[in-house]
Design a protein around this ligand. Structure first.
Ligand code: CA
Length: 229
């Protein structure tokens, strides 16, 4: 049976969600305290987390980030403020879905089911966890050579994929354009290293929320690029 953790300080809302989910056959725990909720999410076996953004002791942003650093399970974030949804997306915390309160409990159940089904397909398809690089909402599936940003697939050319993958596999390491050119294009820098710049630009357009303030691939002026973790 799939086990769900609801981290929510408004008990009436949590109880309502729990009732609906239990009626659909899920096992549900409620935690009203943020830091205890985080501990449970990390150390107990849940299949999905429903996480409220505004909690008295610790906010949902931090909790989401910390769960995502260690676990791949679906996280649905809920908030009473519509504006928060953009903020959550912008921060790239790796949440799988966002809902604004008030929402209908049956809508929640439908989304829970969809996320669990997708997650089970992913796990069941034999994709090994080490073949997927996942950083702040960006998922690079090395086996299938596919890239997802908040679960939305982004189409990459072969070289764009190789370049992104190389940088992400070697995070926080600064590479010059020359080095990247040799690494990805496999030639002794005979070609034009401006190719690297062009490819970085294209990658950013696909994965960055704001290309002038990149959160994944940083430009280190006069040196090169690095993938920030
Ligand atoms: Ca709350």
């Amino acid at each position: 049976m799939d086990k769900i953790l609801i981290v929510e300080d408004e008990l009436a809302i949590a109880e309502l969600e729990k009732d609906y989910l239990e009626l659909s056959g899920f096992e549900v725990d409620i935690e009203t305290n943020g830091s205890i909720g985080l501990k449970k999410a990390l150390h107990e076996e849940y299949n999905l987390i429903i996480l409220d953004l505004m909690l008295p002791d610790m906010d949902g942003f931090d909790i989401c980030k910390k769960i995502r650093n260690e676990k791949n399970i679906p996280i649905i974030m809920v908030s009473a403020k519509k504006d928060d949804i953009d903020k959550i997306r912008g921060l790239g915390l790796g949440a799988d879905d966002y809902m604004t309160k008030p929402f209908s409990p049956s809508e929640l159940v439908a989304r829970v089911k969809a996320h669990l089904a997708r997650y089970e397909r992913l796990v069941g398809s034999g994709v090994k966890e080490n073949d997927i690089i996942e950083i702040r909402g960006l998922k690079i599936d090395k086996t299938a050579r596919r890239v997802f940003l908040h679960d939305e697939e982004k189409i990459f050319t072969t070289k764009e994929f190789d370049l992104l993958c190389f940088l992400a596999e070697n995070p926080n390491h600064v590479y010059s354009k020359d080095e990247l050119f040799r690494e990805i294009w496999d030639m002794e820098s005979i070609g034009d290293i401006a190719t690297v710049t062009v490819h970085i630009k294209k990658i950013r357009e696909k994965i960055e929320y704001n290309t002038s303030k990149p959160q994944y691939i940083e430009t280190i002026w006069g040196v090169g690029y690095r993938f920030k973790v």
